[in-house]
Write a protein that binds this ligand. Structure first.
Ligand code: ZN
Length: 155
């Protein structure tokens, strides 16, 4: 990392620690050339993750879309917004730790099912029943839309 003060090409990391929510690493750096200190934050850019659909099409990973489908599965279940946020962070960590930049949509669906099974049995059944259709339809859009249709139908 180049020093932002003097442009020296080699700065030293004095300290590295995760941020409070564990989604980033904060590094204190020191420039041996000019003596300045500065901080960098290292965060995984999930938007650069690519989802490979079962028909081979590739789309950018959309965390909001995934969160939306999980919220729909959890609608009117005793799971609050903080818990949903933790679920999303947990899924994000799993995606990060896979170390892959391309992830099959099937793997994400199964990851979500594994998580929901532990969180709420009703949400799990809702998600799993739609997911089976989704595998036949081979289309994530259809999957999300059918979740919405279903919840609207129930009123
Ligand atoms: Zn410097």
């Amino acid at each position: 990392m180049r020093c932002p003060f003097c442009g020296h090409e080699d700065t030293q990391v004095k300290d590295s620690r995760p941020t409070e929510d564990g989604t980033a690493i904060r590094r204190r750096r020191f420039c041996p050339s000019c003596g300045q200190r500065f901080t960098t934050v290292e965060r995984v850019q999930l938007r650069e993750l690519t989802v490979v659909k079962s028909d081979g099409r590739r789309v950018a990973f959309d965390r909001d879309k995934l969160a939306r489908s999980i919220r729909i599965a959890l609608r009117k279940r005793p799971v609050d917004e903080d818990r949903i946020e933790r679920i999303m962070n947990g899924l994000q960590r799993q995606l990060e730790s896979s170390g892959e930049s391309e992830i099959p949509s099937k793997a994400i669906g199964e990851m979500v099912m594994d998580t929901l099974r532990e969180v709420d049995p009703v949400a799990y059944v809702r998600f799993a029943s739609v997911y089976r259709n989704f595998r036949e339809a081979k289309d994530f859009e259809t999957f999300v839309e059918s979740l919405s249709d279903r919840s609207r139908g129930k009123g």
